[in-house]
Every structure is written in C-alpha cells, then in structure tokens.
Design a protein around this ligand. Structure first.
Ligand code: PEP
Ligand code: MG
Length: 903
C-alpha cells in the first residue's frame, strides 16, 4: 500500500487521499515552482484511517515509506534531519479533506535538539532565531504531542517578558530565549516524566501520530458534528521543510485572502506578523498587522504576493485563503484553500467573478456555501437607533446579536438549550470552544484578529463575532468582564455588531437587512438555472409579504392552527372544540335513542357550536383575504386545522377554572365549567402527537373543516372581486387511509361549491393532501386518486418513520446518539435520505403513477435545508416550501442541484 506521496506526485484532484492542504501544496508546487513552495511529502488520509483502525499502531510499511520520503527530501534540499551543523527542520501539519481550521494539530521546528540548535545558530549567524525556534518546538511538541498544558508554557513566556520589561515576544533576545528553552524543558520533563526526545526521527514519528490522534480530539469531533463531516475520513499529514518567519525584521508570517474576506471587495486582505511563525497569526495571541502595511515594509515581497494571489484565484477559479511566510525577504506559500467567507463576501465574489469574466453564472453559484447564506439574512443594529458604544473590536464575522453574557462554552451550551440568547465572551478563543460558538448567538473576544480561529469558525457558522476588542478584560474568577472601568457580570445583557465591530450594553433594536442588488443578481441566475420551485411557509400576511420579497413563488403551507393561537382567539377556539364535542356526544346519545336526551338539547348544543364557529369563520376570512392579497397571482396552500388537541385544550386550564369558581361563583357557570372540564378530561390522550390530529379531527368534527373551507372560498371570492387572482389550494393533513381523504374531499368540495354559489363568483381551487405518514407513502397510489396535489410533511414523516418524538428528542437522546456516532446529525434538520428520503421517493413515484398531473412538493422544515433541498431536486419533486428567510437559500441550493445534475 502506498501511504506516502511526494509533493511532486500529487495534485488538487487528490484531495480525498492527500487532504485539502496536501493536494493543494502539490498543486501549488506544480504551478508556482519549487522556489515558492518548500519541498515535502504527504502521508495519506488512508494511512490515518488504517492507524485508527489499528488502535493507534502505524500501518505496516508506513515507517519505511516515511524514511524513504525523508531521505529523498534531504537529498533534494541538501540538509539532513538532526545534522549537528546544518539541520533540516520540518513542519508536520494536518490536512483533512475539507478544511477544519484550527481543529487538528501541527508541530513546527521539528528536528531541533540540544546539539542542532547550536548548529542552526552558528550556520545562520542568528542565535536569537535558533533559540526562538527551539523554545517553540519544546512548547508545541509538549502541548500537541505530550499533552502538556499550553498555559504552563504561556505562563513562563509571560514571566520572561515581564522580567525583561517587554510587551511582545520579539523583545526577548537570544539569551532570554535560551534561558526560556531551558525552563520549557524543565516544564516538559516535570509534566511528562521524560526529557524532550532528542532523536529527530523519534520526534517525527510521534508528531505524525499526534496529528493522526487529533482527528479524534474533542474539538475536532465537535466541529465535525456541527459541519456534518464524516468521522471516518481521517486526516492526512504533511511533512515539509520549514521556512522561517522568525528570522528577524525582514521575516514574517501571515494569512492573505485574494479578496476582502468579510465583504468580498476585490482587494486582497489579511493579517501578518513580523518576525513570527504562522502559528502566532492564527492563534490570535499577538494582535497582527493589516496586510497592506506589508506594502511599505517589504514592497517587493508584497508585490510578488499580490501577483501570486491573483494567479491562484484564476487557477482555482475561486476566492483563496493563503498562508505565507517571508524568510529574509523571500516569499513562500504554505497553503491555499478556497476561502471560507461570510455570505456577503460569497455573494459579492460570485457577482464580481461573473462581471470580471472569471466565471460563468453557474460556476459562480457553485462557489456559494448555501449554509452560510443564512447570515445574510441576519439582523444588523438599526442605523437610526441611538446607542452608546461600550467599546469596539475587529469586525470579524457579520451580523448583530443580543444576549446575556456567558464566559464559558459549557455555559453557552446550557443556557442556549433553555432557549436563551447568549453572547460568549472569551479572552481569545481556543478551538475547544467550538461547540459553545455554535450554541451562542454571538462571540466577543479581547484578543485575536480576523484570521484567528475564532473569526474563521464564527464566519463558517454564520455567527456574528467581534474579535480583538482589547479593552475587554475577562475575569473568570469574578465571573464578570470589565471594560474601561465598567463591570458586567455574567448573565447581564450585551449586544455586538460583527459587521462594524461595535459592542454596547444598550438595548439597540435590530433590523433585518434587505436583499442587496448583488444578491438579487445572483438569485436571478439561480432562478434561471433551477428546476425546483420554491415556496414559503407563512401563516400571516406579514410573513407572506416577506416571503414574496425574498422570491417565494407561492405559499406551500399556511398552518391555520397558528392563526388560532392569537390571544383573542384562544378562548373562541376552546369554546368551539368543547361545543363541537358536546354536540357530537349529545347527538350520538339522541341517536342511540336514550330517553334522557331530547331534540331541544341537541339543538342547543348545535347552536352553541355554530356561534363559536361563526366567530372564527369571520376572523379566518379576514386572515385569508389579507394573505391572498399579498400573494396575488401565486398559489397559496391552506392547510385545514391540524393541532394535537392538547395544545388547544390544556386540562389544567379547565381544572383551574373550576377551582376558581368553586371559591365563589355563579352556580350555573360553575356547572358549565365542570361539564367542560369533564369533556376535556375525556379527550386527554397519552400520545397526542399520534392522536386526534389532522384529518382525524376533520372526520370527528367535519363542521370545522366546512367552516374553514367556507372562509377560504369566500376570501378567494372577495380577492377575485378586487382583481387579486387568487389561486387557493386546500390541503388536508395527516392522511393515512384513502377513505379519509375520499370522505373529507367530498365534504370540502361540497362546502367550496356552495360558497362559490353563494358568492356568485367562480374561483378556481384544488384539493390535496399532506403525505406525512409512512402508510400514506406506501399507499400513495390509492390516495392520489383523490388528490390534486401532494405535499410531503417531512417533520411528521421523520417522527413517524423513525419513531422519534419531534418535540423531545433534540434535548433527550439525540446528543448521545451524535456522541456515540450512531447518527451524524439530527434527522429533523437534515433529511434522513436512506429512510425518510426513500419514503418520500416511494410516495412521489406511486402518487405520480396513479395521477400523472399530481403536483408534488415538500413543506417540512427540510424544505429550507440545503442538503435536503438537493435531494428533493434530485428525485424530481416540483417544489419545496420553507420559512421565508430560507427562501433565498433554497433558491440557490436548488440551482446548485440543477447545475450538478447537468454535469
Ligand atoms: C410536517 O409534518 O412536516 C408539516 C409540515 O406539518 P407540521 O410541521 O405542521 O406538523
Ligand atoms: Mg405535520
């Protein structure tokens, strides 16, 4: 088995085997030449998988192949590892198939020991540099390979700085660093019980294993969960000749983006540090300089870097994020990858790349990470609002957020699980905080720049982030932060705007941004390319208007029970249900000829019910008219009532009312309350989500569906009268048996026809059903005979196909299932393709077989999840329907699916 590839053997196409970094180093070496890319080799992801499967044992042949590659590297560069006079130094860096910034490990300056450090000093004539490199090796090897807490080294470093009276590491001279290296070695030995390994080959072997092991480190696992990266991919390991950014004032390290990584503006941006190694930049420990400063400091290297950046962007046909080092004025490239970018930058790049003739619209659309687009629809501080900034930092990830201050990732997770919006405040973030990032609404750090891990991860997740707000002092002992003399305790409110870097304690109103001109253009390309329709789920005229402004081509789901939740309506709805049930029972008893029921009692019960229904009908008609007006000319799917009964008839409410009246109240009223409580008590169900819901309600209380149909049709007649061209689709939920639909379709059609006759207006309408139970998918052929359309309710279908309670599992066992790797994401977020997806496919195909004109869509939450949207497009559904904010995302995801399909 070939486990090791020289850079000259790889290419960008080999990313699965060589990891992103390895594949791109090979590609860069090929296109830029060896002068710009240090020599090296890559150990494959397959080797990592074999290592993991072997319980942490290197697979057979790996050691030998590394030896061979190393000899060839040594020959090529004319130096050898461990040489006492002129040692070859190596960097050992991870590189998974997809980039996981800061989640995996790196060891630099490998190959130094007590002897070769002196050789390096003599050879380079730069003693300070040699000892700085050595102390870095001890620090990184200790931390990464041997688990010595990084803080022990940091403390010693801080002590050295303060003893010398300098602020930055660069203020330490060769002697200080030599002393520091001795101190570091003592720390190493105390913590690990062994001295620092002096054999460079031993250092290399252990560093390679540490990189492999980091694949299963806690933070890497958490990152994979959040980003849906499979656990069995493994990471490659890149072993490369070191180049040194810490060789003095004409050396430095940095990160550069081919365009502004926050806005996408067509000017390179980034950070760098003089006289430092790359880790210092990304770790966010020293506050870096802006890339443009390099133009003054080292104009030649800067000009060369700019030329390389634009060449790489043209070559990769995407915005690049590049790591570079300048060693005594000479530029080296250490990595390139497609830049992770916030939505603004993604859209701006796509737009400009087409404008510049770099990409076609289809290629440009493919560069957009649809998951990140959500951030475009993030709120910002209301520009008209009056507020006092508390402090400012780097605008590291766009969007504004308000929440309570939390100081640890664990607390962020805990509080967010209880529905609280929290802002995670950290001195600087460690990659270990990643799960806390995800839980938080926003992130604030006192150190670090826009290329720090904090910023990268936050942008990737679409979380607003203000980084490097240096006036913020985090005092974990006092459980508080201090900003210029103001103390804020954890739990107090704070607001951040990651688009401007502002922090405030004022309660600033947030506003939703409009879709800008560039995004409109990009969306119009998406609309031309996609075949899947995109509608919105909306229950109010306001949501409908928003959905339309985001490009929804109709409403795919209007949940009428949501319209019943309003404060003024709750009581009316309760009355209606109780009266309906009371009437149903009285009627049944009368029919059974029970002598204690006379016809006047039935009539009274019916009257009570009718009064409640009439009230609601009027309210619904108004709602529907407003929605139809907003959506004029577009289809609107109105779903008839589908609540689990307990949501409308909470027993406690009725029992409390009885207790209240028992304290003192009118006898007749008390008796009525007791009757209500008794009816409600009998209606209680052990599993309401599997109980009297959806069409089952319609079967028991057809009058409610008749009322809703009348309200829809009279609203439609009115809309038609004012030229709103209504296109109503009446939808029946939770059908399991074709007979349910057959019977209630008749009820609905009768009511609709009568309403049309009464209104004397002929409005078109259709009647369809939700498919959200496994049985419905399997017998879709029979159901389709009675339906004009199907809409797959993947929320309930997931619930019933997998047998998971949709209201409970996210907070009960799903986290454990994710930890145990039984699943890699929640099936309520991303459609479970092999199970639930297969049911959708079966339902769709069988439905179409029986009724070729059947229109079929999806209206579960998955309709706005890009990966699920791709699946729905692939199987050939007609449309997806999702929340208004996700409409633009679904439009792009649908276009990407069509583009992929056309290839
Ligand atoms: C569904 O079940 O997917 C659906 C859209 O209906 P609801 O979420 O209202 O149950
Ligand atoms: Mg449902």
């Amino acid at each position: 088995m070939k486990w090791v590839y020289d850079f000259s053997e790889g290419s960008r196409e080999m990313r699965d085997l060589l990891g992103g970094k390895g594949a791109n180093l090979a590609e860069m070496a090929r296109i830029l030449g060896p002068e710009l890319v240090p020599a090296g080799f890559t150990i494959t992801t397959e080797a990592c998988v074999a290592y993991m499967n072997g319980g942490g044992e290197a697979p057979s042949g790996l050691d030998e192949q590394v030896d061979e590659a190393l000899s060839s590297l040594e020959r090529g560069v004319g130096k050898s590892l461990g040489d006492a006079d002129d040692p070859l130094l190596l960097s050992v860096r991870s590189g998974a198939r997809v980039s996981m910034p800061g989640m995996l490990e790196t060891v630099l300056n490998l190959g130094l020991n007590d002897v070769s450090v002196e050789g390096l000093a003599a050879r380079t004539g730069n003693e300070r540099f040699a000892w700085d490199s050595y102390r870095r090796l001890i620090q990184m090897f200790g931390d990464v390979v041997c688990g010595v807490p990084g803080s022990s080294f940091e403390q010693a470093l801080r002590a050295a700085r303060s003893a010398k009276g300098v602020e930055e590491d660069t203020g330490l001279d060769a002697r200080d660093l030599r002393t520091l290296s001795d101190g570091f070695k003592r720390i190493f030995e105390e913590e690990t019980g062994e001295p620092l390994p002096q054999d460079p080959r031993e250092q290399l072997r252990r560093a390679i294993n540490a990189v492999f092991d980091s694949w299963n480190g806690e933070r890497a696992i958490a990152y994979r969960r959040i980003n849906g990266i499979p656990d069995d991919w493994g990471t490659a390991v890149n072993v490369e000749q070191m180049v040194f950014g810490n060789r003095g004032e004409r050396s430095g390290s940095g990160v550069a983006f081919t365009r502004d990584e926050r806005t996408g503006e067509p000017t390179p941006s980034g950070d760098f540090l003089i006289n430092a190694q790359g880790e210092d930049v990304v770790a966010g420990i020293r506050n870096p300089e802006d890339l443009h400063v390099l133009a003054d400091l080292m104009p030649e290297a800067y000009a060369q870097l700019r030329a390389v950046l634009s060449g790489l962007e043209r070559h990769y046909r995407d915005m690049q994020d590049v790591e570079f080092t300048i060693e005594e004025g000479r530029l080296y490239l250490l990595q390139t990858r497609n830049a992770k970018r916030p939505a603004q930058a993604a859209v701006r790049f796509a737009h400009d790349a087409v404008d510049e003739g770099l990409l076609t619209p289809a290629e440009a659309l493919r560069t957009i990470d649809t998951d990140s687009l959500e951030a475009l629809l993030h709120p910002v501080f209301d520009p008209a609002a009056d507020y006092t900034p508390l402090t400012t930092g780097v605008a590291a990830s766009p969007g504004a957020a308000k929440g309570t201050i939390v100081l640890s990732a664990e607390e962020a997770i805990q509080r967010a699980a209880n529905g609280e919006s929290v802002i995670l405040v950290r001195p600087f973030t460690e990659a270990d905080d990643v799960a806390g990032f995800h839980a938080a609404s926003g992130i604030l750090t006192s150190e670090g720049g826009k290329a720090s891990h904090a910023a990268l991860v936050a942008r990737g997740m679409g979380r607003p982030c203000v980084a490097g707000a240096s006036e913020v002092v985090v005092d974990e002992t006092a459980n508080a932060i201090r900003v210029n003399g103001t103390e804020l305790k954890a739990g107090e409110p704070i607001a951040i705007d990651g688009s401007t870097g502002t922090v405030t304690v004022d309660d600033v109103p947030l506003v939703q941004p409009e879709i800008g001109r560039e995004f409109q253009t990009v969306l119009s390309w998406a609309d031309e390319l996609r075949r899947l329709g995109v509608r919105a789920n909306a229950d109010t005229a306001r949501d409908a208007a928003r959905a339309r402004s985001f490009g929804a081509e109709g409403i795919g789901l209007c949940r009428t029970e949501h319209m019943f939740f309003g404060e003024d309506r709750g009581e009316l709805v309760r009355r209606m249900f109780i009266a309906a049930e009371h009437w149903r029972r009285t009627h049944a008893r009368a029919r059974a000829d029970q002598d204690d029921v006379d016809s006047s009692e039935v009539a009274a019960a019916e009257e009570e019910f009718r009064t409640a229904v009439d009230h609601l009908e009027e309210l619904q008609r108004r709602d529907f008219t407003a929605i139809l007006h907003e959506m004029r000319g577009l289809p609107v799917t109105i779903r008839l009532l589908d609540p689990p009964l307990h949501e409308f008839l909470p027993l406690e409410h009725f029992e409390a009312r009885v207790r209240e009246l028992e304290e003192g109240g009118d006898d007749a009223v008390l008796e009525r309350a007791r009757r209500d409580a008794e009816v409600v008590s009998e209606l209680q169900e052990a599993n309401p989500m599997l109980g009297t819901r959806g069409i089952r309600l319609g079967i028991l209380y057809p009058q409610i569906y008749e009322m809703q149909t009348r309200a829809v049709m009279t609203a439609a007649a009115k809309s038609a009268g004012v030229g709103d061209a209504p296109r109503v689709e009446i939808m029946l939920p939770l059908v399991a048996y074709e007979a349910e639909l057959r019977q209630l379709r008749e009820t609905v059609v009768d009511a609709a026809e009568k309403a049309k006759r009464d209104a004397e207006v002929d409005v078109p309408y259709s009647v369809g059903t939700m498919i959200e139970l496994p049985r419905a998918c399997l017998i879709a052929e029979r159901i389709a005979h009675h339906a004009d359309f199907f809409s797959f309710g993947t929320n309930d279908l997931t619930q019933t196909a997998i047998g998971l309670s949709r209201d409970d599992v996210e907070n009960s066992f799903i986290p454990a299932y994710l930890d145990r790797r039984i699943i890699d994401r929640s099936p309520f977020e991303t459609l479970d393709r092999p199970g639930v997806g297969e049911l959708v496919r079966i339902g769709m195909e069988r439905g179409r077989r029986a009724n070729p004109g059947l229109v079929q869509g999806v209206c579960g939450e998955h309709g706005g999840n890009p990966e699920s949207v791709r699946f729905f497009a692939e199987i050939g559904l007609d449309y997806v329907s999702c929340s208004p904010y996700r409409v633009p995302i679904a439009r792009v995801a649908a276009a990407q699916a069509a583009i992929a399909d056309d290839e």
